[in-house]
Design a binder for this molecule. Sequence first.
Ligand SMILES: [Zn+2]
Length: 271
Amino acid sequence: MFEKVQNFIVMGKSGSGKQPRVDVLIRRFGLKQLSTGDIFRHYLGLFNVLNVEGELSVFFDPTKDDFIADAEIKDRLNITAHENAEAIVLGLKAKYYVNQGRFVPDRITNALFESAFQALEFKGAVLDGFPRTVEQAQFLVDLANRKGVKLDAIVLVENEDELIIGRTLGRRICKSCGELYHMEFRPPPNPGECVSPNPVCDVVQRSDDNIESLKKRLEEFRTKTRPAIEYLKQAGIPFYSVPGNLPDYSPARVEASVCEILGLASTSPSV
Ligand SMILES: [Zn+2]
């Protein structure tokens, strides 16, 4: 089992402890992380370098409730011959929604994901943050079938809401150097103070680490992502649930938490 791994899907609530498990799979199987956050940053970045001025609504046709044709967008942006033209158009479409503070629709997220997955030739990825809805899950299963690639397993990092809330609300970050803190596990030396002696350093709470947006993210997971997980299971993808909460987070313990569930021998000394 898991000898010729092509792709893993790691899922879990925001703040459940996904990243350390993603890291284990990356090291173990030589995979690359394909995270929606990174994908959005990449495609928005490709578009942003064009420094397009003015409202992006000129690229949207409200009578069709859709964007104008891709060829027309490329023509207006003067990028028809650009090697990244397709990707830039995707970046523009995502940005159109981001600028309005709206959710990016699944069809746009799917297109961005496919483009990024294609760059890896649809193999060797740990999917992180995708799929997040049933529609995205359907798209992923269809895409894998069309391309003849395997989705080896779903690894769900399970953690209780109460634990996630406590842990997330305690997080602090230095605005200047990015140093991470936690009021319980790694408090800053003094309130607002960073370990770095740099006078511009300032330790704060991230703006989306407040109870309202956290509860909203947890609710999204319950109503949209849980059904997506069910869809993937129904599609026959092997499912593994990994405990997100551990007595301690030593690298060996984190690795063992994944390896035991997947039936892999741990490479670290026993814990
Ligand atoms: Zn700092």
